[in-house]
Ligand binder design. Structure first.
Ligand code: ZN
Ligand code: ZN
Length: 564
């Protein structure tokens, strides 16, 4: 049996706390569970393997919680959680997905207005029944309606991590090497609607193997089968090895790309479809087992999936002038990482060790500044102590240098969460907006531009503040920020967290074309998140970046020179 990870134990405890809060349990008990979830999420030893005695030694974990942790570690859940789940309607729990709706709010809505789900909440808000509740106002009512609209707009779309869990669920049905995920997933988009899979195995082999891996078979056929997996639609196309190239091009898209490709073929008297390229004169079909051969036949340089959007790449491919894009091996370091000095789970030594594992020359330790609203931030004095500690780790002689930085808050008035003389001591400074997210466009833009203009700030972190499917970008005039960043030599971040991917491809391309360096950072808080660098690199490729456009393709010395 695979061990239950700390992340899973913590998420069960968190859900338990939320359900307890919704049902109105004892406040102290609820707080203790929240706290335990937070602690377990941040410690490294697998709690599932610890005895009750050892668990109690962890500060913040008492006997009652230790028992729960053991139960979850053994069975993946616990009795109390299952009982609560039976009591609270799932549609009520779904409300937790709405931005700005927490368990406490849900408890009130449920008790006072008998709101049992998103539809009920919408009706209550539209009927102005919410503003009459104590502690709720007209503003909150409007806020609920906005959150609902946003949640629905994202409806069904997956981030890349969700898409990968869908794909993993099906992967066992195919023989390795006989299938490829196509569509927008293959093009590297930050969010994905449906998943398309192309396989050279036959329908008669695959269809029976799908049954116990899917929620539902929508439509089963010889050429195509559609299923639903974890709530998402997956289309599987069956093809033959000698036609795989054209099928892949066809199903990878995008639609605009395919249209342009068809036009090019027509110019030379040919037709393109998923089975190959057909001569219009005699109807002869040329078949292609791989994409490169088909591109070459059409007189084109091979275009990587990430660029297939008909944004000028086809014209360049005609002249064999496509740019050499940044790749994973160009990345020499991670420029956004948190340690256990703020809200991360890894010690400074562990950051350095992980840097070595990933073959990095450097890692930027960029913990939060101490500002109201953010827990576990560092003030000047603590930053000073961290600096000594980082020196000590670097003296231990590893191959990955820890750079000392911070992710300092951009406050509502545009000033920063740490004084200039503290910032000037650091190797690199990221400045990010974390609070007062609902400022109007002009204020927000001015606020970020003030940070861009601060000579100690090197990078603007997650510049639009979006959380995929949960929170839209701030109201902000990005083109003004890009222009100013160019003038001050400030870098804009491509935050590689799959839940952010901020900036996204189009904005990255605009920045790059203006000459603004892009910094890719994973925003790692936990060990497994270092690997998110790959999402950032993919988005940078979609933004047409070469290695020279990326800050963290510089050598350590070049980077330090750039920053000084
Ligand atoms: Zn941040
Ligand atoms: Zn961060």
């Amino acid at each position: 049996m695979t061990e239950v990870s700390n992340r899973e134990v913590a998420s069960k405890l968190l859900l338990l706390s939320e359900l307890l809060e919704i049902t109105g349990d004892n406040v102290f008990k609820i707080r203790a569970f929240y706290r335990a979830a937070d602690i377990i999420d941040r410690i490294n030893n697998p709690v599932a393997l610890m005895s009750e005695k050892d668990l109690i030694l962890v500060p913040g974990i008492g006997p009652a919680i230790a028992k729960k942790v053991r139960e979850i570690g053994k069975t993946g859940t616990c009795n109390e959680l299952e009982e609560l789940r039976a009591k609270v309607p799932p549609s009520l729990v779904e409300l937790l997905n709405l931005e700005g709706v927490g368990p406490k709010t849900i408890a009130v809505l449920w008790k006072k207005l008998n709101v049992q789900g998103i539809g009920d909440l919408e009706k209550a808000a539209e009927g102005h029944r919410i503003r009459s509740l104590k502690g709720f106002g007209e503003k909150k009512e409007q806020g609920f309606l906005r959150s609902i609209a946003l949640y629905r707009a994202a409806g069904g779309r997956m981030d890349r991590v969700e898409a990968e869990s869908v794909i993993n669920k099906l992967s066992g049905a195919f023989t390795p090497g006989t299938w490829v995920v196509a569509g927008s997933y293959r093009r590297g988009k930050s969010s994905i609607g449906d998943i398309d899979i192309v396989t050279t195995e036959s329908a008669s082999v695959i269809n029976p193997k799908l049954k116990n891996r899917v929620d539902e078979v929508i439509d089963e056929g010889e050429r195509r089968t559609s299923v639903r997996v974890l709530g998402h639609r997956v289309d599987i196309r069956f093809t033959h090895e000698h036609q795989l190239g054209s099928m892949l091009i066809y199903l990878t898209g995008s639609k605009e790309f395919n249209i342009r490709l068809r036009e090019i073929a027509i110019e030379s008297g040919r037709k393109v479809n998923e089975y190959g390229v057909q001569e219009r004169a005699d109807g002869k079909i040329h078949e292609f087992s791989n994409e490169q051969d088909m591109f070459a036949f059409l007189g084109l340089q091979t275009i990587i999936p990430e660029l297939r959007e008909n944004q000028g790449e086809i014209e360049l491919a005609k002249n064999y002038q496509l740019p050499q894009l940044v790749g994973p091996t160009d990345i020499r370091g991670d420029l956004h990482v948190h340690s256990d000095w703020s809200d991360g789970s890894l010690t400074l030594e562990q950051l350095a060790v992980n840097g070595e594992t990933h073959g990095y020359d450097y890692i930027l330790c960029s913990d939060h500044s101490a500002t109201l609203g953010i827990t576990h931030g560092l003030d000047e004095e603590k930053l000073q102590r961290q600096s000594h500690e980082i020196e000590r780790v670097n003296r231990m002689g590893g191959t990955c240098t820890l750079l000392h930085g911070t992710e300092v808050d951009i406050l509502v008035n545009g000033s920063l969460g740490l004084p200039d003389d503290a910032l000037s001591e650091l190797d690199l400074v990221i400045a990010s907006v974390h609070t007062s997210l609902k400022e109007d466009r002009d204020s927000m833009t001015r606020r970020v531009i003030m940070a861009v203009e601060n000579e100690n700030v090197d990078i603007i972190g997650h510049p639009t503040g979006r959380l995929l499917g949960k929170r839209p970008s701030f109201e902000i005039d990005l083109s003004r920020i890009i222009d100013r960043a160019k003038e001050t030599g400030t870098s804009l971040e491509c935050n590689a967290s799959p839940w952010r991917l901020d900036l996204d491809d189009t904005d990255i391309r605009h920045s790059k074309e203006k000459g603004v360096p892009i910094s890719i950072g994973t925003d790692t808080h936990h060990e497994d998140e270092f690997s998110h660098m790959r999402y950032g690199v993919t988005i940078a490729q979609r933004g047409w970046c070469s290695a020279k456009d990326i800050l963290n393709s510089l050598t350590l010395q070049e980077l330090l020179d750039w920053a000084s």
